[in-house]
Design a protein around this ligand. Structure first.
Ligand SMILES: NC(=O)c1ccc[n+]([C@@H]2O[C@H](COP(=O)([O-])OP(=O)(O)OC[C@H]3O[C@@H](n4cnc5c(N)ncnc54)[C@H](OP(=O)(O)O)[C@@H]3O)[C@@H](O)[C@H]2O)c1
Ligand SMILES: [Zn+2]
Length: 317
């Protein structure tokens, strides 16, 4: 299952509107098939892994990060039926498909065919890996990650607006990896004007993984950029699982004020800027008590000379 999760994570940012599923087929202690959802969302991971395993799928165990699909489509047989036809004897899935139209049907088809089914292995990791798609199903919008590169004293630029570069190479390489795993990146028009950012992926082997670019502006559209005229426009993005918001300050403020941030990647450099641009402005907060309980630290590590801190929005409903 760890290998299936890894395959699914590698596909993150390429499969929307479908989930980034990973699948591994094992027979007699050896891996005989591997698959992940292909770019654009088809073929599904199980179909790819079954094709890879071919005859060796007979009597094997299939590990998948998500319940195999069961709703018939004109684009071919369902994964549940493919698994039955291939003669797989056991299926281990991390999580059930939460889509109420299919939930449980995939497992039912497998069990009716005499296949042993187990559900729940590494469920938390799978939910984490498919957070974008799960957020879209639940909230009707992408999972939104806000990236901020800060000084020790929380500034994102000099008073002049200069911000290249606050963080070092390792932190920037990590940002490029997050870009590659997002379906879309967004900046405000101020950042476009100040930095002329390319927002592409400059990592060896991942150059093809540059996501769609979007601009937050109340003004005219810009060529080669999709336009969002308010943060609430994210509800129109039906084919984006993961949206990465890269600033600047007013854009971060607008998304936070609208409570449209699910995760914060905070890259903190060991420098002090002093007078400079604040990372975030007024977000509608009038009592310090209201600020507590909203964010939870999920990860913290060094990236070269910088520190990465990851926070997630606590949502109880
Ligand atoms: N350190 C970092 O992580 C980092 C990252 C990015 C940028 N920066 C720095 O941040 C500075 C730019 O920040 P900034 O605050 O001036 O600009 P910004 O947030 O990039 O862009 C501001 C523009 O975004 C649009 N906008 C903002 N809120 C909106 C809303 N609610 N609805 C619709 N459109 C909205 C408006 O565009 P229109 O005026 O076109 O309507 C606004 O003028 C630069 O100095 C840049 O170098 C730092
Ligand atoms: Zn499927």
């Amino acid at each position: 299952m760890a290998e299936a999760l890894r395959l699914g994570e590698e596909a993150r940012g390429t499969t929307a509107p479908n989930p980034n599923v990973g699948c591994v087929i094992a027979l007699a202690g050896a891996v005989v098939g591997r698959g992940a959802t292909k770019p654009g969302g088809r073929p599904h991971a199980e179909a790819v892994a079954l094709a890879d395993a071919a005859e060796r799928a007979r009597g094997a165990t299939l590990f998948t990060t998500l319940e195999p699909c069961a709703h018939r489509s004109h684009r071919g047989p369902t994964c549940a039926h493919l698994i039955v036809a291939a003669g797989v004897s056991r299926v281990v899935a991390a999580i059930e498909d939460p889509d109420p139209r299919t939930a449980g049907d995939g497992f039912r088809i497998l069990r009716d065919a005499g296949i042993a089914v187990e559900v729940g292995l590494n469920a938390d990791e799978a939910r984490n890996g498919m957070a974008g798609w799960l957020t879209r199903l639940k909230l009707g919008r992408p999972r939104i990650t806000l990236k901020l590169a800060l000084s020790i004293d929380g500034k994102i630029a000099l008073p002049s607006g200069e911000s290249k570069w606050i963080t070092g190479e390792d932190a920037r390489a990590h940002v490029h990896l997050e870009r590659a795993r997002s379906d879309m990146i967004l900046v405000g028009r101020g950042t476009l004007l100040a930095d002329q950012p390319r927002l592409d992926v400059r990592l060896p082997g991942l150059e093809e993984r540059s996501p769609r670019r979007a601009l937050l502006t109340r003004g005219e559209p810009v060529e080669n950029w999709e336009t969002l005229s308010s943060p609430e426009d994210v509800f129109r993005l039906h084919d984006v699982n993961d949206l990465l918001v890269e600033g600047g300050s007013s854009t971060a403020t607008a998304f936070l004020a609208a409570d449209l941030v699910d995760r914060i990647l905070l890259y903190r450099a060991p420098i002090i800027i002093g007078e400079g641009r604040q990372s975030v402005g007024y977000i509608g907060l009038d009592a310090i008590g209201d600020a507590h309980g909203r964010w939870e630290a999920r990860d913290g590590r060094s990236l070269g000379i910088d520190r990465l801190e990851v926070y997630e929005r606590v949502r109880t409903h």
